[in-house]
Design a protein around this ligand. Sequence first.
Ligand code: ARG
Length: 459
Amino acid sequence: MSDKPWGGRFDAPTDSFVEAFNASTSVDARMYAEDIAGSCAHATMLNTQGILTNDELAAIIKGLNEIQTEIESGEFEFLIELEDVHMNIEKHLTDRIGDAGKKLHTARSRNDQVATDTRLYLRKRTDAVVARIHHLQAVLVTLAEQHADTIMPGFTHLQTAQPVTFGHHLLAYVEMFERDMDRFFDARERMNQCPLGSAALAGTTFLINRNQTAEALGFNGPCTNSLDAVSDRDFIMELLAAASICAVHLSRFSEELILWMSAQFSFVELPDAFCTGSSIMPQKKNPDMPELVRGKTGGIIGGLVAMLTTVKGLPLAYNKDMQEDKGAIFDAMDNLEGSLRVFGDMLPGLKVNRAVMLKAAASGFSTATDLADALVRADVPFRDAHEIVGKSVAYCIAEGCELHEMDEAGCKTIDSRLKADMVQQLSVEACVAARNHIGGTAPDQVRQQCDAWKALLES
Ligand code: ARG
């Protein structure tokens, strides 16, 4: 009554809606190459162990290779009644080569199979994301070098704080992306263990060689507990966490680009190829790409929360709930990779309005801290200096002038320790140049950091 590969004990066919609801092919078909690689490694090991004959192995490998070609040329039809990528490929193999195909599933379960395929697939996707991060870092370092002495306002609370160099600001993101890359490397290393051979949950009665399959598939070794191997989804949570943090970094950067491109800031302009217009307002040029990247972050974080929530109540070992894992992580990796690509392609075309940035940096009393520092150098205690500069700012607001425009008489009305040469020396160029130590915003430091990053990124 049931024509399923598992149909022996069933009397009635699957409900037709359940068939579609249960199927995961629309999500997991993309793991076909990993499923076939896993099957080839498993069959080869079964042959080494004397469980499959040479002829059976040859038929299996040939059949699987043909299936791979068909999938890649679009001829292969995935059937929802065969549930998932694993049973679709196995059934087609059996239709093609007969009994040898039916033997492939010896000493294996879909539980260790799906865990293996997912790790293999995500290993590949992790490498692609890492390459995108690396490229984006290189783009940012090139831009930072060009803007080592471009001065912009630095903000805290989005209020003008102190002048910084634009190159320094860009290098802050290079640091963030470096940590993101490390998180992906770290997750990759931990997930690179092979579940194959754990079978349904307890292992198998056949004398298998798990080291052989692990090695053939490029894993560091086999997972050492079969229950854990088939029910562990930590590697997906870790990747989602790494992806979420990286997306948050891209989102903060997006927010800045969107602000900076507004008429009110006018610090930068994004290239036309990465913006769109409005269907009603002819003047509009909208920063859609950073907006979309910022927007995708919500979905990526949502995937992490979904995965943690899905697994939190699951008893060992495999539960069907776990089928939901792939949608979350695949979407996250697709969107993160896309976001990184957009940023890497868009930023080389960034137009930077140096004059506007410089003007903004010089306004808002951004040199006030440096005036306080000058007073401290003249032996005024810092708290007194802070008070004197605060009063100077109030004076300038009332007079409608800048700090460096105060004259001797003006200084005297505030405090006898405040001298005209202290205020007249103030400039945004001097402010940034003076912060010339490790991690400081001085152009010299930015150039040194760019050199260090280039050496690291090229190594
Ligand atoms: N499609 C399933 C998944 O993605 C494969 C494993 C199914 N195992 C099972 N015993 N039903 O999780």
